[in-house]
Write a protein that binds this ligand. Structure first.
Ligand code: 4AD
Ligand code: MG
Length: 461
């Protein structure tokens, strides 16, 4: 007998009626009466359960008592058209094997646990409908991302996770060391002697693969990275993780306009892919948590993003008459409340904000002719705020050295070589993968769109 997942069985539906099927999964519920018992079985392949019918003449009640919520079973039986509402087919059980029962202290007994409760049971929460849906959507988005770039001729370029440079210059890195922390080797001036450390210098987990990505793009033309990044900022918000995945395309010969076009096309492609391939899961989340979810996703894919310079964005915020928690004026870094005002209240559309003051952006961004702003582009989304951050890169060797010296960065000779030898205009951006998953699933908290979230004071499993 061919092995079929519950997803495949339900898809075939009545085409399989009369055939024997062999199914394995976890029990969601068991209910019924003295004559017949119904088990809702889920194997993770889909949000939908397969109904298994146990005739009590064949299966005495005693033999079913260990089929509790959370237990794992193997059933063989005939697939038949269902008489009940809610499913088109069901399995008339013939043979039953119980792999493992789940005692009454199984934590996921009831429906409607809070997200906070489930976060404390993160080792079991993938078995809930909600997290199953989120994880399947996460997978589909990861696949869509690789497909999008592969189909466009981009190369997947692997950048290191352990690095000796600080791409964003924000000083939010986790240090990597094998030095004995209670007995640090010291230099004569009392500073730590990193020559004794594993790499012979200070090293950290990467905050971004961009700088190495630029080395790839200035050789292969079009590349993207897709890997974990780490930030040690003490941000306890529903949009920050200490370990998150980032997708960073980097393109030789792209100006900022090309960069914006690509970002918009890319993100719409991903959302469309999820709508097309994960509709059942998205519908479940729409119906149970966030009734505007599907409308919001369709709205984003069907509308052009607004493109607006930072200076004009600030004007709109100043003239809005709104009392923001953080006051706005030209030069401030935008907070989530400002970004969301522009997107959700003023334009009611995603916004790409460009040309930020150079002081609030990283050293590598291309300086505009005004000498004050850089060719940055942040894509701002409803509910999320910043989902993409990117820019055209400074390709001028002298100007880039100037910025590096201004900011006191060291050890960047390898990076500067891309500008010294055959420099080209180039651009790129970073999409926060969990922020994308958050947008597509409508989940309120980013901690609930990654299987095992890392955030301050949380490093379980
Ligand atoms: O804006 P960021 O810091 O940009 C960079 O790292 C650039 N090197 C990207 C590039 O040009 N290649 O981060 C990019 C995106 C943000 O827009 C956000 O979506 C996400 O990464 N992000 C986070 N996601 C979750 N938790 C955090 N702590 C995040 N910090 C940034
Ligand atoms: Mg940013």
């Amino acid at each position: 007998m061919k092995k079929l997942t519950i997803k495949e069985i339900l898809k075939e539906g009545e085409n399989l009626a009369g055939k024997e099927v062999d199914v394995k999964g976890w029990v969601r519920t068991r209910r019924g009466n003295k004559n017949v018992q119904f088990v809702a079985l889920n194997d993770g392949s889909t949000i939908n359960n397969l109904q298994i019918v146990f005739d009590l003449e064949k299966f005495p009640e005693e033999s079913l008592k260990n089929i509790t919520t959370g237990s794992s079973i193997h059933v063989k039986g005939n697939l038949v058209a269902s008489q009940g509402a809610g499913q088109s087919v069901e399995v008339q059980a013939d043979k039953l094997e119980i792999y493992g029962t789940a005692p009454a202290d199984y934590p996921l007994q009831k429906k409607g646990h809070t997200m906070e409760f489930l976060r404390e049971k993160a080792h079991l929460r993938p078995r809930t409908n909600t997290f199953g849906a989120v994880m399947r959507i996460r997978h589909a988005l990861a696949y869509a991302i690789h497909k999008f770039f592969n189909d466009k001729g981009f190369f997947y370029f692997h950048t290191p996770l352990i690095t000796a440079s600080d791409c964003e210059g924000a000083g939010a890195q986790f240090q990597v060391t094998t030095l004995p922390l209670n007995e640090l080797p010291k230099n004569e001036d009392g500073s730590i002697d990193y020559s004794k450390d594993f790499f012979g210098k200070m090293a950290s987990l990467t905050v971004s693969g961009q700088l190495e990505g630029e080395l790839g793009a200035t050789a292969l033309g079009l590349i993207y990275t897709f890997g974990p990044t780490f930030r040690a900022e003490n941000s306890n918000t529903p949009r920050h993780l200490s370990e998150f995945w980032m997708i960073e395309p980097e393109m030789a010969f792209y100006e900022i306009e090309d960069n914006m076009d690509l970002a918009e096309e890319f993100i719409k492609y991903c959302i469309n892919y999820a709508l097309e391939h994960c509709y059942d899961d998205i519908k479940f989340l729409n119906d149970h948590f966030d009734h505007d979810l599907i409308d919001r996703l369709k709205f984003v894919v069907n509308n052009d993003f607004v493109r607006l310079p930072y200076t004009e964005g600030i004007k709109i915020l100043e003239e809005s008459g709104k009392k923001f928690e953080f006051p706005v004026h030209w030069g401030v870094d935008l907070a989530s409340e400002h970004e969301r005002y522009l997107v959700e209240e003023h334009f009611k559309k995603p916004v790409i904000l460009t040309d930020y003051p150079k002081e609030i952006k990283a050293f590598y961004m291309k300086l505009n002719d005004d000498g004050k702003t850089v060719r940055a582009m942040d894509v701002l989304f409803p509910k999320i705020g910043e989902i993409i951050g990117g820019s055209q890169r400074e390709e001028n060797y002298e100007k880039l050295i100037g910025r590096i010296e201004e900011m006191g960065l060291e050890g960047m000779e390898w990076y500067l070589d891309t500008r010294k030898y055959g420099t080209v205009p180039h651009s790129g951006f970073g999409l926060g993968f969990e922020r994308l998953v958050q947008f597509v699933t409508g989940m309120q908290n980013i901690r609930d769109v990654i299987p095992f979230p890392r955030y301050p004071k949380a490093c379980e499993y």
